[in-house]
Write a new protein. Structure first.
Length: 486
């Protein structure tokens, strides 16, 4: 449980990426030693930037960020940087230390045991599954034994067993922890409070209590603000009508009209701006490739990593997918779900065939189907065949990709924004088959029902991998292939 000592304090911190991209404006909050808090806010609002400010890799333009003397901080990032994917496990852990650690192998073994990963230290990171990489990112933070642990979407790619293990670890974790996550059930098990990044004012609101209680409080506050606005708008409209009437009469009535207009200005200042976090992506559809029919995908065998023996095995299966048919691919982290999807998409998998000339819409969990050097504007311009500039920008706005985001390189966007670009692009590709690898990762929970509805109404064939059962429940599934039980 947290104690009364303040270990971290933001005091009127201001930070922006250029004058057109404000992140924080005079934001203040404090964190007590031993506290476990959630950092909430819309995709792209600056949550990961706040982590970088805490770490000291970014500096505020105004205000101060202070910690108690000798406080150490480490972060478990969302993804392993592309330039580190060729690192060995040992190189990966050594990279976080400025000095050589002579007994690092024993420390690596200890943290790998905590996150339940068994692997030789010379194994390279690109040979691990997405779920195993998520565990390695946590282990990399833990090996630093920090006083403040920052976790950025730690449940992404984790299977049910992995989430349960991480949850229990955080409940027992004796130090301070701040978590960015969209997994409400996970957060509610250990959260002492919420730091809410407000997108319009660029401030941070601090709440205490478990996650569900705080979300309920925020929702109630929004409703009170909405009702207040409705009352004010009605009052303002009524006063404007009277002021216009009196203003036309002349004499002392004109003075009455002037005073009424002054009151109207005061009332307009009281109007609360609707929070931008209330925005969700617009409903969208994913049109299916025209004139496609028959068997789109057939599987007669699949290869995967045997979970106990840790060797690649091949098993016979018999699966055929036609239009409107969906396959859910399941199994524990590390069994080879992503690898199977990659080989399916490439056409190099043994025992499978995708109908000739079928357009494949592939949502990859690492977003490697996107060109990180392109802007979202350039990526969408390629796939949007009809309409002009105005139509493209209107379409992009439906995915909350505004003018500023459209001209930013995809590699510089937040992971959640990359996900929205991926969906916006796929929806314009008219795929005959959708291959979706953890499509809920990094996506704001408000968008998930809309994405689920788009997938559920899609009329082509579909293969889905997802460890988020609440999302899967919203999509009709025809077949399930559990690699762990073959």
């Amino acid at each position: 449980m947290p104690n009364d000592e303040t270990i971290l304090r933001f005091n009127e911190v201001t930070f922006e990426f250029g004058h057109k991209k404000p992140i924080l404006h005079e934001a203040s909050f404090s964190l007590r030693r031993g506290a476990k808090v959630t950092l909430m806010g819309q995709n792209g609002v600056g949550k990961s930037t706040i982590f970088k400010l805490i770490m000291g890799t970014l500096k505020p333009e105004a205000g101060s960020i202070t910690t108690t003397p000798h406080t150490t901080i480490a972060t478990a990032r969302q993804v392993i940087p592309r330039e580190q994917m060729h690192y060995t496990i040992k190189e990966f852990f050594e990279s976080v230390f400025t000095k050589k650690i002579y007994n690092i192998d024993s420390h690596i073994d200890a943290v790998l045991e905590v996150v339940r990963v068994q692997a030789p230290h010379h194994k390279t990171l690109n040979s691990f599954s997405g779920g195993q990489q998520a565990r390695l990112l946590l282990a990399q933070a833990l090996i630093q034994n920090p006083d403040i642990l920052l976790l950025d979407e730690p449940t992404n790619n984790l299977d049910k067993e992995g989430v349960a293990h991480l949850t229990q670890f955080l409940i027992q974790y004796p130090k301070t922890c701040m978590v960015i996550s969209h997994d409400a059930d996970f957060l509610n098990t250990f959260t002492h409070g919420v730091l809410y990044v407000e997108a319009f004012s660029h401030s941070i609101e601090q709440y205490t209590g478990n996650y569900f209680k705080v979300v309920s409080e925020i929702t109630a506050r929004r409703e009170r603000e909405r009702m207040k606005n409705a009352r004010l708008e009605k009052d303002i409209e009524h006063r404007k009508e009277k002021a216009n009437f009196f203003g036309q009469k002349g004499g002392h009535l004109r003075d009455v009209a002037r005073k009424m207009r002054e009151k109207i200005e005061d009332l307009e200042e009281e109007t609360v701006v609707v929070r931008r976090e209330d925005k969700t992506i617009r409903p969208f559809t994913i049109p299916c490739q025209e004139h496609i029919g028959g068997v789109i995908l057939s599987l007669s065998s699949v290869s995967f990593m045997h979970p106990q023996e840790q060797v690649v095995v091949t098993k016979k299966v018999k699966i055929e997918l036609r239009k409107k048919e969906r396959l859910l691919l399941t199994g524990p982290n590390g069994i080879g779900k992503t690898t199977l999807l990659q080989t399916l998409a490439s056409g190099h998998a043994k025992g499978e065939s995708i109908k000739k000339d079928t357009h494949i819409g592939y949502y990859r969990q690492d977003f490697s189907a996107l060109d990180f050097e392109e802007t979202p504007y350039e990526a969408l311009k390629i796939v949007i065949k009809k309409g002009g500039e105005e139509e493209l920008r209107s379409y992009a706005a439906g995915f909350l990709l505004d003018a500023e985001i459209l001209k930013t390189k995809i590699g510089a966007l937040s992971e959640g924004q990359k996900g929205l670009v991926a969906f916006a692009k796929i929806a314009q590709e008219h795929p005959g088959i959708l291959i979706l690898d953890e499509p809920t990762n990094h996506i704001n929970f408000r968008h998930l029902p809309i994405i689920a509805k788009a997938l559920d109404s899609y009329e082509g064939a579909m293969i889905l991998v997802s460890h988020f059962p609440e999302f899967v429940k919203q999509i009709r599934i025809d077949y399930t292939l559990d690699l762990g039980n073959l």
